[in-house]
Structure formats: C-alpha cells, structure tokens
Write a protein that binds this ligand. Sequence first.
Ligand SMILES: Cc1cc2nc3c(=O)[nH]c(=O)nc-3n(C[C@H](O)[C@H](O)[C@H](O)COP(=O)(O)OP(=O)(O)OC[C@H]3O[C@@H](n4cnc5c(N)ncnc54)[C@H](O)[C@@H]3O)c2cc1C
Length: 402
Amino acid sequence: MPKARRKAATEYDVIIIGGGPAGLALACSLHDTPLRLCVIEKQPVEQIAQAAPDGRDIALTHTSKTLLAEMGVYAHIPAEEISPIKQAHVVNGTSERALRFDAKTDGHGELGYLVPNHFIRRATYQSVKGQKNLTIITGQDVQAVQTNEQTASLSLADGRTLQAKLIVAADGRFSPSRKMMGIPTSMRDFGRTVIVARLSHTKPHDNTAFECFHYGRTLAILPMTKGQSSAVITLSSHETAAVMEQSPDDFAHDVQKRFGNKLGTMKLAGKRHAYPLVATYADRFYGKRYALVGDAAVGMHPVTAHGYNFGLYGQNVLAREIKKTLSLGLDIGSNDVLSAYNRQHRHATLPLFLGTNAIVGLFTDDRPLAKAIRGAIIRAGNFITPVKSLITHQLTATSLTG
Ligand SMILES: Cc1cc2nc3c(=O)[nH]c(=O)nc-3n(C[C@H](O)[C@H](O)[C@H](O)COP(=O)(O)OP(=O)(O)OC[C@H]3O[C@@H](n4cnc5c(N)ncnc54)[C@H](O)[C@@H]3O)c2cc1C
C-alpha cells in the first residue's frame, strides 16, 4: 500500500493568533507591506464582522484616535456612536469634593472619546476585510505552537499546519499560546468583578465622566451618546450574582441612588455584562519567532481605561519595527526586532500597569487610613498642578508613549 504523504504546511510571513481588536489592528498596520499575513480566530466570522454589544465602552486617548484614523479604522466607526468626554470628576466616598478635570481649562477640546467596543471591533474588521495580503481563517482554534531559530509553526483544530517567519499572539489576557510557549506571566486576581450596563436618565450628563470611589463599591458613570450613560460597577465577586439578578428597575434605582440622583431618574437600557477582574503582565513580550500583543502582553484593570489603548500602541510599535527590518532586507522574526518591541512597549506600559494596581488597592481599601489618604489626594490633586497635569496627560495623551 502506498504511504500516505504528509501534507505540506501552508506558509505565511506573519501569523496572528486572535482576530480581536489588537490582532486585527496589527494586520491592518501591515497592509502596505509585501508580507503574507494570516489571522486565525476561533469565533465564526459573523461574530467578528457583526460583533455583538459586550457592554465595554472604550475611552480612547487622542493618540488612539490618531492611530485609528491613520489606519482607516476611525472612518468606519459610526460618528453618532462616538461620545466626547469634556470633563471628568473623581469622588471619594460620600464627599461632595471632587478632583476635577476640564478639557477646556486643560487646553484640549476633549479629554478623550468613548466608543462601544463592538463598534471598534466591527470597524477594525471592516478595514481589513478584503486586504490583499491577508488571509483570515475563522472558526478555528489554535491547538499547538512551535518555534525555533529558523521557523515558527502552529496546528489548527482541523489538523492543518501553518508555518511563518513570525507568530504574533493576540489571543487575550489568558492567552493559551503564551502558555504553550512557556512565557511566565504575573497575574493579580482582585477578587472583584466589574458589571457594566447602559442606562437612560432624565437629566443631561453634559459629557462629564464620574469615577466614584464609594465604600465597598466603585461606580463609574460614563457619558455616552443618545443622552445615555454607561455604569461601571466594581464590587466584590461574591456580590455579583445578586446584582446581576436584580430586576431591571431595582438595578437602575440602586445605581441612581448610589450616584446621588445627579442624573435624575435612571432606567436600564440594555443587558448587564460581568467581567471578573484579573490583571496580567507577561514577564517578556516575546519568545523565539513569537511576540505578544494586546491583552496577551498587558491585561489592565479597566479603571484607568488603558487596555485597548495600550494594545493599539503596542501593535503600532511592533509593526514599525517589522517594517524597518523589512526595508533593510533583514529577518522580521529575529530577536533584534522582537526585543526592540519588547523594550519600547514595556517602557510605555509598566509604570501605568503598576500605578493602576496601586490605585485600585488604595481606592478599594475601606480602612480609615486609606479613606483619609484618598480624601487628601483628591483635595491636593485640585491644587497641585503637576499631579493634575500628569493625569490629564494620561487621559489626553498625544504622543505614542502616552
Ligand atoms: C469592562 C471593561 C471596560 C474596558 N474599558 C476600556 C477602556 O475604557 N479603554 C481601554 O483602552 N480599554 C478598556 N478595556 C480593555 C479592552 O476591552 C481590552 O484591552 C481589549 O478588548 C483587548 O483586545 P485584544 O484583541 O487584545 O483581546 P481580546 O478582545 O480578548 O481578543 C482575543 C481574541 O483571540 C481569540 N482567541 C483566543 N484564543 C484563541 C485561539 N486559541 N485560537 C484562535 N483565536 C483565539 C478570541 O476569540 C478573541 O477574539 C476594558 C475592558 C473591560 C472588561
């Protein structure tokens, strides 16, 4: 009997695991290269093309807006879904005193822009759909990844093997391929969960975002379009089920009360979504012919609204390093390329990753000393210009390292 011939692996230059916002953004950033690209996504194509609302409303910095515009993604986001943030107030407990940021007095038109995550996902897909140098394989789970000095390869659930010069993982904060590659990752489980929901209300929000560090719970109210707001409630994980099961009216009434009726009568205007809070940071963002982008590299706590922004900067840095190497005729999967990306992206993200976790620790600690320190920070913040400028700069960042 003739021996069954082993099927040859399909070859690409760059394979991206994960067709989420970070993975598709990288494919988009490499559209003007001769590189043969492949994105593998385990969800079916409809869930990428017509991503369903997931309750996440993403606060984009000015840098992200610029990057998205350059990539052609921003134009695909419906203008009526983009909500500018003109002011932000941070409140401690029941105090009337707030740390205030104002786009006008800080010399900007807006502090940032809120866009529902599913519109970013749809717009990114729209931008890469039909891209000449890109193959998108959907409905396929990556089962194994192997790399060495010469090449990188992976196998799919349907038995196919693909080969490339470089594999980039954009497969989320619990990245299965990062595990396969043996890259250690620091994880901090906050033991808390965030519940997000859209609410309508009878008073206008004036495009002001609120972050209220109430005792036991944190409540952010984000000004969205159509006169609605997004409530982001952080609470201890054991309370999640009870809040998710509250009747829509009880839930809305509870948010309204905790927010001191500032926006009048509130009504639930969509589904509630719950996300357990675990922050992750990979010990290194690369291995042999393998790189991590998006949440697979840095999984932020959402309180400082930087996860997606970081993912977008990171893929841009990697794309620039790849293009630079390509123009010199050198190997795009080499350690030189990947370590340059690693260095720059760690430099841009580590201080804010650690700072965010420290803020979360301080602002969710209900011991008297922590409460007093929070109050002092908020009082001082309004008067110490450098502190305020630093935070405003983080919100409105216009340089790549934000
Ligand atoms: C409540 C909330 C609010 C947030 N607010 C903000 C904000 O205001 N600003 C901000 O910047 N960020 C925010 N974020 C963070 C932001 O949502 C994430 O950083 C971003 O979505 C991560 O994108 P990603 O592409 O890296 O990962 P993901 O969106 O997790 O995508 C990973 C993709 O990989 C696919 N995949 C996984 N494993 C495999 C496999 N084995 N084979 C094939 N495909 C695979 C998945 O199906 C998925 O499509 C928020 C997050 C939450 C939870």
